[in-house]
Ligand binder design. Structure first.
Ligand SMILES: Cc1cc2nc3c(=O)[nH]c(=O)nc-3n(C[C@H](O)[C@H](O)[C@H](O)COP(=O)(O)OP(=O)(O)OC[C@H]3O[C@@H](n4cnc5c(N)ncnc54)[C@H](O)[C@@H]3O)c2cc1C
Length: 466
């Protein structure tokens, strides 16, 4: 029989990061009665890890500012936050968790369990790395460590989101070299966009080494072929992995990360999971993906809280809109890249346009570059963009277009605001879509060689649209 009386039920959340914390506070908003406990291995209340690069760069002067809740907030909301406690083992049959608290093992029971164990840094297997002092960028303690003055030469391994953000802040006071085995931001940018962005990053004085394999690290030196690079500070920013250790040990189904259904339920019905530790559905190719975004973690957390309280809510798909800042350059993307689409066997049509954030004749407009990607059925697949202002709004617009399954004609006919001091008269987004639409007109000729059926579909659609 379904358990409908949730009064006095014990909800235990493992992980007090953005996902676990959002579940706890949302649950409390929805129910005054249930008992909520958070088990968190660090000594901290919840803060936003997204702010850490700005703490390192001293754009946020006081690290305390990034805390979202203080101890009193938990007490006032009757949320039992257990800090410096590690969840070591969960017995799903007896619904009990073995925790390590001040060198003692203690058993806790639960009615519903939420796994919000987040992610852990990927440390590449470079010879010599185990004997090298390096910093990662995951916690407030890491940020404080990176703020220590260790000399002027910094090397960052990994040109992903964190690596690129840190390169920007560290390059204000240090000589920074950014090394990656692929191209800059390769998970969100195609090579053609990444090459353009690289010029702006190099203009900040940052040395960028792409497609580079490090041979070894030895005594504050990095060896690459016959080159030796010396460093005072070494940062490893080589991506994140879902932290699934505990979930694995519990026997939950794991694929790329913890597998959940659309209600965020794991393979055990009274155990939910959310945040960086779970795998999600990517609507574009019905493939599985990891979001690793706080925005996604918090949205999922709300779904978890609602479902525990039997008010059914689904978390369906993600398009992973992403945004980051490095010095005064903002980079973002939504949906998938052309490279990713082609890897999934999808043919694409794309265009790159550079525009200005205000009317061209208006002083102090800032240039930006964007790329739109469509599939050969004319449906929007994604956007990549970088520039100095008005970036987030365009990413959000295209994310909405992705959610609605918009096609090239929908984007071409988007109504966009205009004021010379604020925006261009014809938005580069529309120009990029129009360029793609022109390419679609040419496409049937190419398709003719390939498939007669494909040709028929294209001709029919083009006749309708042109
Ligand atoms: C430098 C940086 C910048 C970022 N910038 C952005 C951004 O601009 N925008 C954005 O949307 N996202 C950003 N992110 C990503 C975002 O921070 C994560 O998506 C978010 O933190 C995920 O939340 P989470 O609670 O799932 O995981 P986590 O933040 O990893 O939290 C998991 C928590 O679980 C605890 N834990 C794990 N195992 C146990 C255990 N066995 N027992 C007890 N406690 C345990 C950990 O101590 C941790 O506190 C950034 C991340 C970093 C590191």
């Amino acid at each position: 029989m379904e358990d409908t009386d949730l009064t006095n039920k014990k909800i235990v959340i493992i992980g007090g990061g953005p996902a676990g914390t959002a579940v706890a506070f949302e649950l409390r908003k929805l129910s005054k009665e249930i008992k909520i406990t958070i088990i968190e291995q660090s000594k901290y209340t919840a803060y936003s890890p997204c702010a850490l690069p700005y703490v390192v760069g001293r754009e946020i002067y006081a690290p305390e500012k990034i805390f979202v809740y203080n101890k009193e907030d938990y007490i006032d909301n009757k949320i039992n936050l257990m800090n410096r406690v590690i969840a070591q083992k969960v017995d799903v049959k007896s619904k009990s968790i073995t925790i390590l608290e001040e060198d003692r093992l203690v058993d806790l029971t639960y009615d519903y369990l939420i796994i919000a164990t987040g992610s852990v840094n990927n440390i590449p297997k470079i010879p010599g790395i185990e004997n090298t002092r390096y910093t990662i960028m995951k916690t407030i303690d890491d940020a404080r460590e990176l703020m220590e003055d260790r000399g002027r030469k910094a090397i960052i391994i990994g040109a992903g989101i964190t690596g690129v953000e840190l390169a920007g802040v560290l390059s204000k006071t240090k000589q920074v070299t950014l090394i990656d085995k692929s191209n800059i931001l390769n998970t969100i940018l195609d090579k053609d966009m990444s090459e353009r962005l690289k010029l702006s990053i190099e203009a900040m004085g940052i040395i960028v080494k792409e497609d580079t394999i490090i041979d070894k690290i030895e005594e504050e030196k990095i060896f690459i072929d016959d080159e030796i690079l010396r460093f005072d500070t070494l940062v490893i920013a080589a991506g994140m992995n879902a932290n699934t250790e505990l979930a694995k040990q519990m026997g939950l189904i794991i694929d790329k990360a913890i597998v959940v259904n659309k209600f965020m339920q794991t393979s055990e019905p009274n155990i939910y999971a959310c945040g960086d530790a779970v795998e999600l559905n990517n609507n574009i190719f019905s493939s599985k993906t990891l979001s690793m975004q706080e925005s996604t973690a918090v949205a999922q957390a709300k779904v978890v809280a609602t479902n525990i309280l039997r008010q059914e809510k689904a978390f369906n798909f993600v398009f992973c809109p992403t945004i980051l800042k490095t010095r005064d350059i903002i980079v973002g993307a939504t949906g998938v890249t052309e490279t990713y689409a082609e890897k999934h066997g999808i043919k694409t049509v794309s265009s790159i346009v550079t525009g200005v954030s205000k009317s061209e004749y208006f002083p102090f407009g800032k240039p930006f570059t964007l790329k739109l990607v469509f599939d050969n059925e004319r449906k929007i697949l994604g956007m990549q963009i970088f520039g100095q202002e008005e970036i987030a709004g365009r990413i959000n617009t295209i994310t909405m277009a992705l959610q609605k399954g918009a096609n090239v004609d929908d984007i071409c006919s988007l109504e966009m605001v205009y004021n010379p001091a604020i925006s261009p008269q014809i938005d580069p987004l529309i120009i990029a879509a129009e360029l793609c639409r022109k390419k679609f007109v040419l496409l049937p000729k190419k398709e003719e060689k390939r498939t007669k059926k494909g040709l028929f579909i294209f001709r029919k659609k083009n006749r309708k649209n042109e």
